[in-house]
Design a protein around this ligand. Structure first.
Ligand SMILES: [Fe+2]
Length: 595
């Protein structure tokens, strides 16, 4: 039985395919369209999923959509149509998703629609492998719900309490993200990365924005927010409360901004910890599953793991709306196949996207007349060559196997560097990623050595929680200013070549760790194809690139390829925001309510 899951028309649209309950393919549309956070119908991801499953549209038994359009429209209408609404508001049509799915994807079979937070909950619990768990979903907003509390038992999943729009921890975080001069739905990671530079001096002020209520409830003080009916996230009262105007994008970051970020992070963590304890008391479950965009806050996740009441924590790696497609598909499968049917299997990895064979890459390199060293049949020599470059502080693009699902690169489309090199952090930010200097990088470590270097007593394969660095080695490239890191533990059973590279590094240097950051530059989605990787190499300062069994050194790139770099820099400097939905006219820059 073929069940396709789709999330679309908000941000990070995505598609996945379950075949007889087995997750065989999943990917975000942005990887194909090259438009970051692309919210449009996931045509490219849909085509890929069907090709991966070897089926055509007529062989789909059910298409599952992750959100209920009528309920969402009810909330949008409650919020009111803004006077300066952009365009003709085509999204204010509850039939639009179904029409777009059928017309855009050429599909006329059965369609099942699941609520947004039910999709989030299922995307975590039904892929966790737990027999029983408490389930928490937290995001900006779905239809009405912004937070749900529930439990999973066997195949059954239910929610017993929810918090409704406009009271939303995701929108609280996004509002402060906007106030701090970062783009909503994109800059939240930056605020989290900025927080350790500050002190939580504004906790008392920010605590006035959100009041915790009995049970799972909380309430925003809407005097400080404008996202319900306005065109901004924050109301003027927020600037008055904090005693400073909102920061414009690109303005220098001052101590004040760091302090606000630290305070916001503290307020969020305390509230989440309180509600997680409540959820534990209500359910009595030993383990917790989480999803929703707020579940990507890995600093909060680390505290929930360490200080919270649950023994184990599973966070859906694509916890944002992309993962909703997995949840909707799993709910449809459970309905159609019945409670006794197996699947989906516990999610051990997210290498679920397209891959390219060495032969395909050989043909591409030959056609482009790009000189590359061919290591086919000589993996250990390839790994030795890569490890040697990393040991001598080169920065290497690493392209291997199926593309990862979710916002984190996990060793399929990664940029790697030496974690002991003090220059790796600034060099990666300035020359490769073209992003703010303060943003930290994460380490990948062999799972069997993780506890020697990090305060981590369990696998963390999806890079979704922070912990203290306890390594006897200095690891300046991956240690944040507060002594924390966000490690990925690498298991040879799930990522054999990446693990073998780490073993090679360990044998050569005594350090089984590598800097692992996503293979993209600022404003771009993670690379998908070998061509994306080559173009990113041309317009960044990567020293070398591994494309499956081929190694390309920067020095061997044709002169006209490397000439792209200054041209790219010029476009960036002139304010060109590469491929963002806002730049493409897809999304209003700072208007959350109507998308
Ligand atoms: Fe969501």
């Amino acid at each position: 039985m073929n069940v396709v899951g789709v999330s679309a028309f908000f941000h990070e649209s995505a598609c996945c395919l379950l075949q007889d309950g087995r997750l065989v393919a999943a990917a975000e549309e942005e990887r194909f369209s090259r438009v970051k956070h692309d919210p449009r119908l996931p045509v490219g991801a849909f085509r890929y999923c069907l090709a991966a499953g070897g089926i055509g549209p007529h062989q789909i038994d059910c298409l599952a959509y992750y959100e209920a359009p009528v309920e969402k429209l009810a909330r949008q209408l409650w919020a009111g149509v803004p006077a300066e609404a952009p365009g003709d508001l085509p999204w204010l049509d509850p039939r639009r998703p179904e029409r777009a799915l059928r017309e855009g994807l050429g599909y006329d079979g059965p369609l099942r629609i699941f609520p947004h937070h039910a999709s989030h909950a299922a995307s975590s619990y039904l892929y966790s492998g737990f027999e029983e768990a408490a389930v928490l979903t937290v995001d900006g907003v779905g239809e009405w719900a912004t937070t749900t509390y529930g439990r999973g038992q066997g195949k059954r999943l239910s929610a017993f309490e929810q918090v409704d729009f406009p009271h939303s921890l995701g929108l609280l975080y996004s509002t402060l993200t906007s106030y701090l001069g970062f783009r909503v739905n994109d800059g939240e990671y930056k605020v989290m990365g900025l927080a350790p530079y500050g002190r939580p001096r504004h906790v008392a002020a920010l605590a006035r924005l959100v009041e915790s209520l009995p049970g799972g409830q909380f309430r925003l003080d809407l005097r400080y927010f404008d996202f319900v009916r306005g065109r901004r996230m924050d109301a003027p009262a927020l600037a008055e409360l904090l005693g400073a105007p909102r920061r414009r994008a690109g303005e220098p970051l001052a101590e004040f901004h760091c302090d606000v970020a630290a305070s916001l992070q503290a307020v969020l963590e305390e509230l989440l910890l309180e509600k997680v304890r409540y959820l534990h008391a209500r359910t009595g479950a030993a383990d917790l599953c989480m999803a929703g965009g707020v579940a990507l806050n890995c600093v909060a996740n680390g505290r929930i793991r360490r200080e919270g009441p649950f023994a184990r924590l599973f966070v859906q790696p694509a916890a944002g709306d992309a993962g909703g497609s997995l949840g909707a598909a799993a709910l449809a499968w459970a309905e159609l196949a019945g409670a006794s049917a197996a699947g989906p299997a516990p999610l051990r990895h997210v290498f679920l996207g397209p891959r390219w064979s060495a032969a395909e890459i050989a043909a591409l390199l030959a056609a482009a007349e790009l000189p590359a060293e061919d290591f086919r049949g000589r993996e250990s020599e390839l790994l030795a060559a890569v490890a040697g470059r990393l040991e001598s502080n080169q920065i290497v693009g690493w392209f291997h196997g199926p593309l990862e699902l979710g916002p984190r690169a996990l060793g399929a489309r990664s940029i790697l560097a030496n974690p002991r090199d003090p220059q790796a952090w600034p060099r990666l930010n300035r020359l490769i990623k073209h992003r703010e200097d303060f943003r930290p990088f994460a380490p990948s470590v062999l799972v069997e050595h993780a506890a020697e270097h990090f305060d981590l007593d369990h696998p963390s394969p999806f890079m979704l929680e922070t912990c203290r660095v306890t390594s006897p080695l200095a690891l300046p490239a991956v240690t944040h200013v507060d002594g924390s890191a966000r490690p990925q533990t690498v298991d040879a059973a799930d990522a054999p070549r990446f693990a073998a590279l780490l073993r090679e590094l360990h044998a050569r240097t005594g350090c089984p760790i590598v800097v692992n950051t996503s293979f993209n530059t600022s404003g771009e989605p993670i690379v998908c194809s070998p061509v994306d990787a080559l173009l990113t190499m041309a317009r960044s300062g990567l020293d070398a690139l591994v494309l499956e069994d081929f190694l390309i050194d920067r020095a061997s790139l044709p002169a006209h390829w490397t000439a792209l770099l200054p041209a790219w820099e010029e476009r960036r400097a002139s304010g060109f925001a590469a491929g963002t939905p806002a730049a493409a006219g897809v999304l209003p820059a700072d208007l959350y309510t109507f998308v």
